[in-house]
Design a binder for this molecule. Structure first.
Ligand SMILES: *[C@@H]1O[C@H](CO)[C@@H](O)[C@H](O)[C@H]1NC(C)=O
Ligand SMILES: *[C@@H]1O[C@H](CO)[C@@H](O)[C@H](O)[C@H]1NC(C)=O
Length: 489
C-alpha cells in the first residue's frame, strides 16, 4: 500500500519543481522584456560568444558603422541570446566623452590578448600603471622634439626621388608606410634603418614581416580573449620572442652610447632613465611602435588620394606652398598655415583613421544618453560591457558640420567650430593620442613638399573602399600618378 503513495509524492514533487521552473523562466523573460523596453535599439548578433558577425561586417567595410548607426540611432547595442547588451556603440558626443574620458571605462581587458606581444604599457593597463607609462612616453613628444625635421626631410626627398624614378602610377600608401617605418626606427628605437651592420639581430624588413605576423596573432587573441588557448602557440611565441630581441638590441645599444644619452631625442633615450627595467622599457617602445604604425602614413595617403580627384584644391595648396617658400618649413608656420591646416582637419573629419575605439566598463556605470523610451535618459551599463565609439557618425553630424557634411570641403573650417566632444580624430581625455601634434605637423610637412614639387596628382581609379584593421585604409592601396611641371611642358 505504501508504493502508490510514494509515487504520488514523487509525481507531485516533479509537478511543483516543474511549475516553479516554468514560472522562473517566464519571470526572467518578462523582466528582460521590460528592461529591454528602456534599452537602446539593438543590432542582433547571431554569433553569441564573440559577436563575430558584427565584428566581421564592420571591419570588412567600416562604412557599415555609419549604416548601422543611421538605421539604429546614435546609441545602439549589440545583443545576442545570452546577453541583451554585450556591446554598446555610440556616436553621441556626451556618451563618447563619458567613455573616452571617464574613469569607469578601461583598457586592461586587452592585456589578455595583447599581453604576450606587448606586455604592460599605455594600451593595456589602467589606473596608476597607465599614468606611469604615459609619463614615461610623453617627453619624446615634447614640442622641442618636434621642431627637428632633419630625418623627415631626408625621408621625403628619398620618397620624391622614388616617385620621379617610377614616373608611372605609384602606390603612395605603400611608399609612405615604408618611409614612416624608417622614421619610427629613428624616432622610437634610435636606429638608422639603413645601417644593417650595427649588430642588430636581423634587418628592419625582417622585423616588419615579423611585426605584421605578430599583429595578426595579437588581433586574433584580442578577439578571442579568454578562449585564445585554442590558437596555435608555438609560432606566435617565436615571433614575439624575436621581436622582443630586436627591441632589446636597441635598448642595449642605447645603454652603451653615452654621447647619444646626452643629446639624442629618440624615445629609447628619453625612456631609459625612467624605466623600471629593460623589459619595462621594451614594453613602452612596443606600444609606441604600435600606436605610431600606419597612422600618419594613412592620413597623408588619404589627403593625397582625396586631392587627386580635386585638382583645384591641389593647385590652391601648391600656390600657397610656393608663395611661402622655404620659410614655411618650421613647426609654427606649418601648424598655423590656414590653407594646409584646413585640408588636414577636413581629411581627419571626412575619413576617420582610427578603427572604433573599444573600452570596457570596469564597474557598473551610467552613460548620459541612450536610456528610456526616447533614448534621452541616462542608460545603466553593467560592468563588463564593451563600449565602441563611432567617430564616423560623430564627424558627419549635419548639426555641427552643415548639411553638406558628407562632402570634402576644407573651407568649412573657416566658419565651423565643433565642440571638444564633436571632433575627436585623436580620441579624448587622458587617453588621447600623445602623437597628435607630431602627426599633424609631419603631414603638413610631407604634403607641402609633395605639392611644391608636383604640379598635379591624378587619380587612377577614383575608388576608395575602406577596410578595417589597425587603421582604416583603402583595401587595395592608394594608386595615383604625380606630374611634375617639367614633364608637363
Ligand atoms: C627605408 O629604409 C630602407 C633601408 O635603409 C631603404 O632601403 C628605403 O629606401 C627607405 N625608404 C624610404 C622611403 O626612405
Ligand atoms: C582602393 O581599393 C580598390 C579595391 O578595393 C581599388 O580598386 C582601388 O584602385 C583603390 N584605390 C586607389 C586610389 O588606389
Amino acid at each position: 500500500m505504501r508504493l502508490p503513495l510514494m509515487e504520488l509524492n514523487a509525481q507531485s514533487a516533479y509537478i511543483v519543481v516543474g511549475t516553479l521552473l516554468t514560472c522562473h523562466v517566464i519571470y526572467r523573460f518578462v523582466v528582460r522584456r521590460l528592461q529591454a523596453r528602456t534599452l537602446p535599439p539593438k543590432y542582433w548578433s547571431w554569433e553569441f560568444i564573440k559577436n563575430f558577425d558584427y565584428l566581421f561586417y564592420t571591419n570588412i567595410n567600416p562604412r557599415n558603422w555609419v549604416k548601422f548607426q543611421t538605421n539604429l540611432g546614435p546609441t545602439y547595442r549589440v545583443s545576442n541570446i545570452f546577453n541583451p547588451m554585450s556591446s554598446i556603440c555610440t556616436g553621441d558626443p556626451e556618451n563618447v566623452h563619458a567613455m573616452l574620458a571617464g574613469r569607469d571605462w578601461g583598457n586592461q581587458f586587452r592585456l589578455n590578448g595583447m599581453g604576450q606581444m606587448f606586455e604592460k604599457g599605455l594600451l593595456t593597463v589602467d589606473g596608476d600603471e597607465w599614468m606611469r607609462s604615459r609619463k614615461m612616453v610623453r617627453p619624446a613628444f615634447q614640442r622641442n622634439n618636434l621642431d627637428d625635421f632633419e630625418v623627415l626631410s631626408q625621408m621625403t626627398e628619398k620618397m620624391i626621388a622614388q616617385i620621379e624614378k617610377e614616373k608611372q602610377v605609384v602606390d603612395v600608401g605603400a611608399l609612405l608606410t615604408d618611409a614612416f617605418l624608417n622614421t619610427s626606427m629613428h624616432f622610437i628605437l634610435g636606429l638608422d634603418p639603413g645601417k644593417e651592420d650595427d649588430g642588430r639581430p636581423f634587418s628592419v624588413s625582417e622585423f616588419m614581416k615579423l611585426w605584421h605576423e605578430g599583429i595578426m596573432g595579437t588581433g586574433l587573441r584580442l578577439i578571442l580573449e579568454h578562449q585564445h588557448w585554442m590558437l596555435p602557440k608555438k609560432r606566435f611565441a617565436i615571433v614575439c620572442q624575436k621581436l622582443h630581441s630586436f627591441i632589446d638590441f636597441a635598448i642595449a645599444k642605447a645603454r652603451q652610447n653615452k654621447d647619444a644619452q646626452k643629446s639624442s631625442k629618440s624615445m629609447v633615450y628619453t625612456i631609459l632613465p625612467h624605466a623600471a627595467s629593460s623589459a619595462d622599457a621594451r614594453a613602452q617602445l612596443m606600444h609606441t611602435l604600435f600606436a605610431n604604425q600606419d597612422t600618419t602614413s594613412t592620413l597623408i595617403s588619404n589627403v593625397v588620394q582625396i586631392l587627386s580627384t580635386r585638382p583645384a584644391i591641389w593647385t590652391q595648396l601648391r600656390t600657397e606652398v610656393l608663395e611661402q617658400g622655404s620659410h614655411l618649413f618650421t613647426f609654427d608656420n606649418l601648424r598655423n598655415n590656414k590653407v594646409i591646416q584646413n585640408i588636414i582637419l577636413e581629411a581627419l573629419r571626412h575619413r576617420v583613421i582610427a578603427t572604433p575605439i573599444g573600452r570596457r566598463a570596469i564597474r557598473h556605470t551610467i552613460l548620459p544618453k541612450g536610456g528610456g523610451i526616447d533614448g534621452q535618459s541616462p542608460l545603466h551599463i553593467p560592468a563588463g560591457t564593451t563600449g565602441l565609439v563611432n567617430l564616423w557618425s560623430l564627424h558627419s553630424d549635419p548639426k555641427v558640420y552643415g548639411a553638406d557634411a558628407d562632402e570634402f570641403k576644407p573651407e568649412r573650417w573657416n566658419h565651423i567650430k565643433p565642440g571638444t566632444n564633436e571632433f575627436l580624430p585623436f580620441g579624448a581625455g587622458g587617453r588621447a593620442c600623445l602623437g597628435q601634434e607630431k602627426a599633424v605637423v609631419e603631414t603638413a610637412f610631407v604634403l607641402s613638399k609633395l605639392s611644391g614639387r608636383f604640379e598635379s596628382v591624378q587619380d587612377m581609379t577614383g575608388e576608395w573602399k575602406p577596410m578595417g584593421g589597425m587603421t582604416i585604409k583603402n583595401s587595395s592601396g592608394y594608386k595615383v600618378a604625380f606630374k611634375s611641371s617639367v614633364e608637363m611642358d
